[in-house]
Design a protein around this ligand. Structure first.
Ligand code: ADP
Length: 464
């Protein structure tokens, strides 16, 4: 008999019926499951892979939130209006404003909700395109994703919410206008029909689905992706098969800084720049405001035509962003006692690099970047050896498009009607981010809309 390790449930215990079934074990799905169970629903989570946590597990920089107690503790007086404007600007003005409004007005309560569930995002950093420090992360400055996923898993175990891994949802079942269940295939018990009064699709994006990329963004097919293997767009297919509609499917985010010199593609979190790193070209010179939005940073790197670019940082920045220790252990980081030694190892022009860093340190000290107009992430210069370099190239990172929902997370038909009993949240949905997602907004989306899905499912099932 297979052994089931926390927080996975034994599939022989799978019931024929639940109040609420959640598809996907990422942050959106787990948050929704916990919220719904707390409101009185009998809940189960189905995850197709053996590995839990989806892309959420890989999120690095933080979870954006405004007007939070953490911002105030750090002396940051922010506003929902400013968050709304920055996100709309970052998304090229094409964001779904109903979703965006709900989003910016619920991050504060989301940070509190996590805190009340022993998930303490009590440190804060910057991401590109945000005019304030909004990216909440663990107090030890480690990556947000792994910490959040583990924290939510502990809540599942504590609340005895079953999570069935190796359980792929094959199709949704509709009776009349209502979704009433689903068909699954479990690695151990095989195919089974499970009844559900409400279903949440939280199955993530489609960056790993070559056919869908070919259909929606054929120009990107040459690029690698930072995504986990389960990001295959199943959720979009499940929704459209029962009348749901999709939006923004051709809007795909290319992350500017992915390390791809080994067999694996590693996302180098935006927090590395958020804590002070600069980007240089082969000549050892800066070429962009490193804290611009991801689409603009990617375009600037591509315009170099130099097989990517190089991040430059020092020990102080390494200490302020714990994931760099992991990148270092994976062999992705070059090190030099001096900038000249580093330039030699990273194949950069040494004299230029020294000049570039000296000039950057002056800008940082003066609080003004007269060359590229960087205004955030200027708390520390590049001054304390040893110095480090990471070679990066853009990679497919996030699919902005997906299932069309309203602010209640109800799945909508093309005519704009809600499909009874069917909800969607997280990367599987489209519209919130417009044509370019801001770093830190995807984890925030999973918690804000995951909670909303849990609440709305409970309201629907229990007639609250
Ligand atoms: P989000 O950030 O929106 O929560 P994630 O990528 O973190 O999304 O998680 C989505 C999860 O859904 C992944 O673990 C993925 O393997 C899972 N998943 C995708 N398709 C299916 C499916 N057909 N059945 C069950 N789980 C699925």
């Amino acid at each position: 008999m297979a052994k089931f390790i926390f927080p996975k449930a034994n599939p022989v215990e799978m019931k024929d019926s639940y109040d609420f079934v959640v598809i996907g074990s990422g942050a959106a799905g787990m948050t929704a499951a916990i919220q719904a169970q707390e409101l009185g629903l009998d809940v189960a989570i189905f995850e197709k892979l053996a590995v839990l946590g989806g892309n959420s597990n890989r999120a690095s920089s933080g979870m954006n939130g405004v007007e939070t107690f953490v911002q105030l503790q750090n002396g940051i007086v922010d506003s929902q209006e400013s968050f709304y404007e920055d996100t709309l600007k970052g998304g090229g003005g094409t964001n779904d404003t109903e979703l965006l409004h709900y989003f910016v007005t619920h991050t504060e309560s989301a940070i509190d909700w996590l805190y009340n569930h022993n998930i303490n995002l009590t440190d804060i950093t910057s991401t590109g395109g945000m005019s304030q420090k909004r990216a909440h992360r663990p107090g030890d400055k480690s990556a947000v994703g792994g910490y959040l996923v583990k924290g939510l898993q502990k809540q599942l175990a504590y609340k005895q919410i079953p999570l069935f891994a190796g359980t792929k949802v094959l199709e949704l079942i509709k009776s009349g206008d209502q979704v009433t269940g689903l068909k699954i295939n479990n690695d151990q018990i095989g195919e089974k029909t499970v009844n559900a009064k409400a279903v949440l699709i939280a199955a993530g994006g489609f960056a790993q689905n070559r056919e869908m990329l070919a259909e929606y963004a054929p120009k990107l097919l040459d690029l690698k992706t930072t995504n986990h293997p389960g990001a295959t767009g199943d959720g979009m297919k499940l929704a459209t098969a029962v009348g749901g509609t999709l939006v923004d499917m051709n809007k795909i985010q290319i992350h500017p800084t992915a390390q791809q010199d080994t067999d694996h593609v590693y996302l180098i979190g935006e927090g590395v720049r958020g804590e002070g790193a600069i980007l240089v070209n082969r000549a050892g010179q800066r070429f962009v405001n490193e804290m611009t939005t991801r689409d603009k940073a990617t375009a600037a790197i591509n315009d170099l035509h130099e097989d990517g670019a190089t991040l430059i940082l020092d020990q102080g920045i390494r200490d302020a962003f714990k994931a760099i220790d992991f990148y270092y252990a994976m062999g992705l980081v070059m090190k030099g006692a001096t900038l000249a030694e580093l330039a030699d190892k990273a194949n950069l022009d040494a004299k230029n690099l020294e000049e570039t860093v000296a000039k950057w340190n002056e800008f940082q000290a003066a609080g003004e970047d007269t060359e590229f107009g960087r205004t955030t992430a200027m708390d520390r210069g590049i001054t304390t050896g040893p110095f480090y370099a990471i070679h990066i190239k853009p990679a497919i990172h996030y699919t902005m498009g997906g299932i069309k929902i309203n602010k209640l997370t109800e799945v909508l038909t093309e005519a704009g009607d809600a499909i009874s009993g069917l909800y969607a949240a997280g990367e599987v949905t489209g519209g919130l981010h417009g044509n370019n997602r801001i770093g830190g907004n995807s984890i925030a989306e999973t918690v804000v809309f995951g909670r909303q899905a849990g609440k709305q499912a409970a309201k629907y099932v229990l007639d609250l």
